[in-house]
Design a binder for this molecule. Sequence first.
Ligand code: PLP
Length: 400
Amino acid sequence: SQRLSARLAQARPSATGAASEAARRLAAQGRNIISLAEGELDFDTPDHIQQAAIKAITEGQTRYTSVGGTAALKAAIVTKFARDNRLDYQIGEVIAATGAKQILFNALLATVDAGDEVIMAAPYWVSYSEMVRIAGGEPVVLPTSPEQDFKLTPQQLQAAITPRTRWLMLNSPCNPSGALYSMDELRALADVLRPHEQIMVLADDIYEAIVFDGVFCTFAEAAPDLQARTLTVNGVSKSHAMTGWRLGYAGGPQWLIRALELLQSQSTSNPSSISQAGALAALTGPQDFLDGWRERLRARRDMALSILADAAPWLSVRKPAAAFYLYADCQAALGAITPQGQRLNDDWALAAWLLEEAGVSVVPGSAFGMTGYLRLAYATADERLRLACEQIVNACQRLR
Ligand code: PLP
């Protein structure tokens, strides 16, 4: 009776979840653990959003809504895309869902048949490959390097395309590398894709609001003629510190948005009505606090980089352009010997040792399809972040 479907047997559990779990276990034993594993801002959801949600409860917005979101929220999504991305979507071309994650998952489920291929650059967000597998498709993972700023090149993309290619999953700014594609880089990728009419583009823009160096551009903005082949995915999780509210949204061609609505209607129905009210306030209310958040994050990024410079030669960390992660090259530490006499054979072993030795939880790069790296999320209170980085440096200095 304990038999999983072939579909689920393909999928691996989330490695970021495993890292958080290991940290929780040690914390439960009374250890003071600092987590740099979590992909979320430590800021509170802004007050005007909280108040809008509370008002929604007390005013009785507590019932089912339209499956794809309220008319007011859809209108706000249309306005957001026009205002921030110069994208023109009609009401029937947008949808709200229970997180951007649900949209990514449902989009793949709606369009991928057994054996269809989905291209993604490594490092990629942990869930991409597993979502593709659960949908029955084949992840086609294209490794990138620091020399190419962890960005897919048009040549790599060209060489990976087959008649079975269904999607290119693009994530700019990228979790975990922080890579940000310029408009020209997106146009060069679009040139490759243009003649292959079976290929769609999934633009995961969830980190749009967190850009330090360079200018954000979404794929359909760079290649307007391919907008009808693009699903533009976003959400309030990372932009407005609302990860727990579970509210994402997307714009895309009507046939695909209808398919996403069909999937939601037969599974989860509408995203929480309260969260929709919060998201409406987030999208239509003041956006000026974002500048302050961005500056605080930039200061944290720079502080973490300057402290971690002392972890050389074991760790080498490049300055990411965007998002709130450092993707540290730890290849020099692989094969190193700990004071306990243990040889650190891979990034999993290094992350596990850092948790024990430094009391800091980080995610091994292998989880993102690229070995020899560690991902450190720096959306952590300044003093804790400083302490965590110092403890990592101290631990590394004990390696031989
Ligand atoms: N896409 C990327 C690249 C992410 O890192 C995350 C969250 O970590 C998501 C999507 C999911 O966001 P949401 O909270 O809206 O489901």
